[in-house]
Design a protein around this ligand. Structure first.
Ligand code: GLN
Length: 503
C-alpha cells in the first residue's frame, strides 16, 4: 500500500527516508553530467583539433544551454509530464546521448552533447522539486535535507569529474583498456551510471506516494483533467526536435549570445503572465523567489571563475605545497571534496540552531553566502602575499580560499533549491526550479565575460604581472560579493514581508 503525502511528510527524525533514494539517482546523474563536462574541452582540443579559444567558447555555450534547458524541462513537468515522467525521459535522453558519444565520439560529438543537454533539462530541476515535496511547506528540516542532497550532487560530481577524463586520457585502467577504446569507454561509463540512476529511481517511485505524478493523474492531490496522450507524446517529439537546434547553436557560438539575450526576458514575461493567475499572497512569494533568483546570477558569475580564470591562475601561479597535489586538480575538485563533508554538518547545524530558535532565515543565509564568497575572494587576493619573484604562490593558502567559498556555496545553493520549492505555487514548482537553474546559466555566461576581462589584461606580461592582475580582479570580485551580501541583509525585512509565513 503506497503512502499518502501526509504520511510521507509526517516523517520522524532528521531526514525523510526517500531522500536517500533521490540522493543516489541525482548522484549518478551528476556523475554523468560532470564526467562529460570534465571531458569536453580536453576532448575538443586533443581529439577534434579545436583551437583553445574555440573549445572554451563551445564549452561555455554547452553550459549555458544545459542550465537554460532546465527551465523548459521544469515547465513541461508542471504542465504535462509531471516530475517522474520528466525525470525518466530526461534520463533516457542522457543515456542515448552518452551511448552516441560512446559509439563514435569523434563523428557524433555534437549530436551526443545535444541529447545530453536536453536530457539534463528534463532531469535536473525535477528531481530537486521532488525532494522539496517530501516536506510540508513550513518544515524547518527542509534546508538540512537539501544540504544532504547537495552532498550527493557533489559526490557524483567528484567521482564523475575525476574518473571519466582519467579513463579517456589513459591515466586509469590503461593496462586493460586499449588506447583506441579509451574515449569510447569514458563516454560509455557515463551511460552506465545513468542506467543505474534510472533503475534506482524506478524502485524509489514506489515509496514516493503521490509525489511527482503527472498532472491529472487520478491519485494526484491537486485534482485536474487528465492530460491528453497527444500532449504527452507531443512533448517527447518536441524535445527531440530541440536536439538538432541545440547542435547548431552550440557549434556556432554567436547564437549563444542571441539565445541568452532572448530566453531570460521571455521567461520573465511568462512568469509575469503566470503571476496574474495566482492570489496576491502567492504573487508576493513569487516576487520573493525572483529576488533570490536574480541575486544568484551574481553569485554564480563570481563563483564560476573556478572553471575559467581560476584554472589558468592555478596552472600558472600556484606551487604544490599541499601534499604535492596538482593545483588544477585541487581547483577542480577541492570544492566538491569539502562539500561532501561539510554539507551534512551544516545541515545538522541548521537543525541545531532551529531548536534554539536562532536559525538565520533564508535571506540572511543568502547574505552570509555572499559574504563567505567575498571573503574567499579576498583570500585569493591575499595569495599574492606569499608569492615569490616568479609570481608563484601557495596552494595551501589557495585551498583555504576554496574552503571559505564552499561555505558560501552551502549557505546559498542548497538553500536556494529549498526556498524555490517553498515559494512556488504547486503548479509552478518545476518552472520556478528551472528559473533557479536558468540563473546559473546566466551566472556561467557572466563568469565567462568576467574571466575573459581578466585574461586579456594579462597578455604579453610576466607571470608575476599575471599574479597581480588576477589577484586585483579577485579583490574587486570579493568586494562586489560582500556588497551584495550586505544589500541582501539590509533588504531582508522587505523580502521577509513578501515571503510571509515562509522562512
Ligand atoms: N553544483 C551544483 C549542481 O551541480 C549547483 C549548480 C548550479 O546551480 N550552478 O547541482
Amino acid at each position: 500500500m503506497s503512502k499518502t503525502l501526509e504520511e510521507i511528510q509526517n516523517f520522524e527524525g532528521k531526514y525523510p527516508k526517500q531522500i536517500w533514494s533521490l540522493f543516489f539517482s541525482e548522484m549518478w546523474e551528476r556523475f554523468c553530467f560532470y564526467g562529460m563536462r570534465g571531458m569536453l574541452v580536453f576532448f575538443m582540443i586533443s581529439q577534434l583539433d579545436f583551437h583553445e579559444s574555440e573549445a572554451n567558447l563551445q564549452y561555455g555555450a554547452t553550459q549555458a544551454f544545459v542550465y537554460a534547458f532546465t527551465f523548459v524541462g521544469g515547465l513541461f513537468a508542471d504542465k504535462i509530464l509531471g516530475f517522474r515522467k520528466s525525470l525518466f525521459w530526461g534520463g533516457l535522453l542522457m543515456i542515448v546521448g552518452s551511448l552516441i558519444l560512446a559509439a563514435d565520439p569523434h563523428k557524433f560529438f555534437f549530436l551526443g552533447i545535444a541529447f545530453t543537454v536536453v536530457g539534463t533539462g528534463f532531469f535536473k530541476p525535477n528531481i530537486s522539486s521532488m525532494v522539496g515535496q517530501l516536506y510540508k511547506p513550513n518544515d524547518s528540516r527542509a534546508d538540512a535535507g537539501f544540504s544532504l542532497f547537495y552532498a550527493g550532487i557533489n559526490l557524483g560530481a567528484l567521482l564523475g569529474g575525476y574518473l571519466c577524463i582519467a579513463i579517456g586520457k589513459g591515466e586509469l585502467f590503461a593496462s586493460i583498456i586499449p588506447e583506441e577504446l579509451r574515449w569510447h569507454l569514458a563516454f560509455g561509463f557515463a551511460a552506465i551510471v545513468m542506467v543505474i540512476s534510472l533503475i534506482n529511481f524506478v524502485f524509489t517511485q514506489k515509496s514516493l506516494g503521490t509525489i511527482g505524478l503527472q498532472p491529472g493523474h487520478p491519485n494526484n492531490e491537486v485534482k485536474s483533467a487528465p492530460i491528453p496522450k497527444w500532449k504527452e507524446y507531443g512533448t517527447y517529439v518536441l524535445s527531440l526536435i530541440f536536439v538538432p537546434i541545440i547542435m547548431i547553436m552550440v557549434a556556432k557560438t554567436e547564437y549563444t549570445d542571441y539565445f541568452m539575450w532572448t530566453i531570460g526576458p521571455l521567461t520573465l514575461i511568462y512568469l509575469f503572465y503566470e503571476m496574474t493567475k495566482v492570489t496576491p499572497s502567492e504573487r508576493k512569494k513569487l516576487w520573493a523567489a525572483l529576488v533570490f533568483i536574480l541575486f544568484s546570477i551574481l553569485f554564480w558569475g563570481i563563483y564560476e571563475q573556478s572553471g575559467g580564470s581560476l584554472s589558468i591562475f592555478a596552472a600558472k601561479n600556484l606551487n604544490k605545497d599541499l601534499l604535492g597535489l596538482d593545483p588544477n586538480g585541487v581547483n577542480n575538485s577541492g570544492g566538491a571534496f569539502f562539500i561532501i563533508f561539510l554539507a551534512p554538518l551544516i545541515g545538522l547545524l541548521w537543525i541545531w540552531l532551529n531548536k534554539r530558535k536562532i536559525e538565520p532565515n533564508t535571506i540572511i543565509k543568502f547574505g552570509l553566502g555572499f559574504i563567505f564568497l567575498g571573503l574567499g575572494y579576498y583570500i585569493l587576493f591575499a595569495t599574492r602575499l606569499f608569492a615569490d619573484l616568479q609570481g608563484i604562490t601557495s596552494l595551501n593558502f589557495f585551498t583555504v580560499a576554496l574552503l571559505v567559498i564552499t561555505l558560501g556555496e552551502l549557505c546559498l545553493s542548497p538553500i536556494g533549491l529549498s526556498i524555490m520549492t517553498k515559494l512556488s505555487t504547486k503548479n509552478l514548482q518545476g518552472m520556478m526550479m528551472g528559473m533557479w537553474f536558468l540563473a546559473s546559466a546566466y551566472g556561467q555566461y557572466v563568469a565567462g565575460i568576467i574571466g575573459a576581462g581578466l585574461a586579456t589584461a594579462k597578455e604579453g606580461s610576466t607571470n608575476y604581472d599575471a599574479l597581480i592582475t588576477y589577484t586585483d580582479g579577485y579583490k574587486q570580485l570579493g568586494l562586489y560579493a560582500v556588497i551584495a551580501g550586505v544589500v541582501l541583509i539590509l533588504i531582508s525585512p522587505f523580502v521577509k514581508k513578501l515571503m510571509q509565513e515562509v522562512k
